[in-house]
Design a protein around this ligand. Sequence first.
Ligand SMILES: Nc1nc2c(ncn2[C@@H]2O[C@H](COP(=O)(O)OP(=O)(O)O)[C@@H](O)[C@H]2O)c(=O)[nH]1
Ligand SMILES: [Mg+2]
Ligand SMILES: [Zn+2]
Length: 305
Amino acid sequence: MIIDKKLKGLVIKKFSDFYLVEIKQHEDFEFNNKFLCKIRKSVNFRKQLVFVGDEVILNQIDLNTKRGIIESLVKRNNLLERPSVANISNIYVICSVEEPKLSLSQVNKFLIFAEQMGVEVSLVLTKCDLITEEKTHFLVDKFQKWGYQAITLNLNKPANFKKFLIELKKKKCSIFTGPSGVGKTTLLNRIIPGLNNETAPVSTKIKRGKNTTRNVELFSLSSKSYIVDTPGFNMQTLEIDIRKLPYLYPEIYQQVVNQGIKCKFRNCLHINDEGCNLNKNFERYTLYKEMIESFKSHHCLIQGD
Ligand SMILES: Nc1nc2c(ncn2[C@@H]2O[C@H](COP(=O)(O)OP(=O)(O)O)[C@@H](O)[C@H]2O)c(=O)[nH]1
Ligand SMILES: [Mg+2]
Ligand SMILES: [Zn+2]
């Protein structure tokens, strides 16, 4: 039976020529809501332009063969590259407090990388079971000052994980990023029942490339929430307009945007004191300054996995 109606769906997985598209339960029909779809040949958008996370309009939905045809693409909000995922609403920067040791400069780079996507950014500290409660509080305090309410995960405190899961179920489409070995895959395996992706301690991790054949896939967490399973972000180049950099630091944009401080020069990078009215008395200022300097000489690389 073919439904003679256009319906909106979400691309949850992409194969070479096919797209797995999920349609939310529709009032008129009862059906398995995943359809294997191809793009209509005559349409004037090219097939490589549809990504996981994209909303598409389907036609000729066949309930027996679970096939459909993609008619058109709904305008997307954003597109993350390498891996390509559309319409992300939340980026969670995952870092471990130990094994591997927390590097503030690395956390900073991942946060900035996430912020430039223009979506909601959160920080998750894993492996808090490896440090004392005092140290955990110290870190939460530190990142609070950076502008982030860090979520702390601890193997001995399942309540923290439950709370995190409840939060994720309220977000439209979340993705994890962060250094290798911090526990991203372990977390995803707990969040998505039956996923069973391979995890490994840093010491035994094989260099990048191991997981790259795995496809990006969206998993539904609730009726309005998805999480992205990805083989990871590879080496990323932070290619950001240097003038935008100050706006990616909550400590700076709060002063500039909310408090309305004005410096003498428009596009002030807040590096020199002359005519600059930024209060530089915040912890991350040194990291900010270093990033500005490194942007002036070369692009700044961060290593994911
Ligand atoms: N102690 C401790 N170890 C963890 C925790 N989460 C993950 N691990 C371990 O950290 C290692 C790396 O985890 P993995 O999920 O592969 O990290 P990924 O590279 O970020 O995907 C594995 O050996 C995990 O068992 C945690 O909360 N506490
Ligand atoms: Mg992993
Ligand atoms: Zn300034």
